[in-house]
Design a protein around this ligand. Structure first.
Ligand SMILES: [Zn+2]
Length: 188
């Protein structure tokens, strides 16, 4: 290998290294800020659901110019021209305001109101657990608008997915369900 080729390779490696070095804060910003979050709106003092423009935050991280802006808010389009002061809450604690983390924390160490089995940790690929409302109807937590979840969690009870399916069937087809008492095990 000739010296000019070696120099070219060294320059290329340096350029790639520099690019990766600059890209890391951008990639980190993207993963830090993606996802639906709940904040307390400084105007209404109520929970609202927002999305940060994670792509822009990533570009800002790459250019070493942190840029945080909302991409979506449950008060839009009516209040699309607000000052986005709620972003401070996200900057202070980007993890605990993620809807997924709020939901996971609520189900943590809770048991199903019907079968009393632990709900277990929330997983993206599993069936979503549900809640039992004051009207005795069950619904998956994903069926609620995210900004309603704090209220839902204060008035509803946790229900596992299996019991939610069984209770929904029982509610929709009461004539098809026969409740049988569990027979005790025969020992002889
Ligand atoms: Zn259950």
């Amino acid at each position: 290998m000739t010296i000019p080729v070696l120099i070219s390779l060294a320059v290329l490696a340096l350029a790639v290294g520099l690019f990766v070095f600059r890209a890391i804060p951008g990639i980190r910003a993207y993963f830090n800020y993606r996802g639906k979050r709940l904040i307390t709106c400084p105007e209404t003092h109520k929970a609202e659901a927002v999305d940060v423009a994670a792509g822009e935050a990533a570009v800002g991280g790459f250019l070493s110019e942190p840029t945080l802006r909302l991409r979506e808010c449950s008060r839009w389009p009516e209040r699309q021209d607000c000052g986005q002061e709620c972003l401070q809450q996200i900057e202070i604690d980007p993890v605990n305001c993620l809807v997924w983390n709020i939901v996971a924390k609520w189900y943590e160490e809770k048991s199903c109101s019907f079968c009393h089995k632990p709900i277990g940790p929330l997983r993206h690929l599993d069936h979503a657990p549900a809640v039992l409302g004051p009207d005795f109807k069950t619904a998956e937590w994903r069926e609620f608008r995210p900004e309603r979840l704090p209220d839902v969690f204060s008035t509803h009870q946790p229900v596992c997915w299996n019991c939610h399916v069984a209770e929904t069937f029982r509610r929709l087809h009461p004539g098809l369900v026969v409740d049988r008492a569990v027979e005790p095990k025969r020992t002889m």
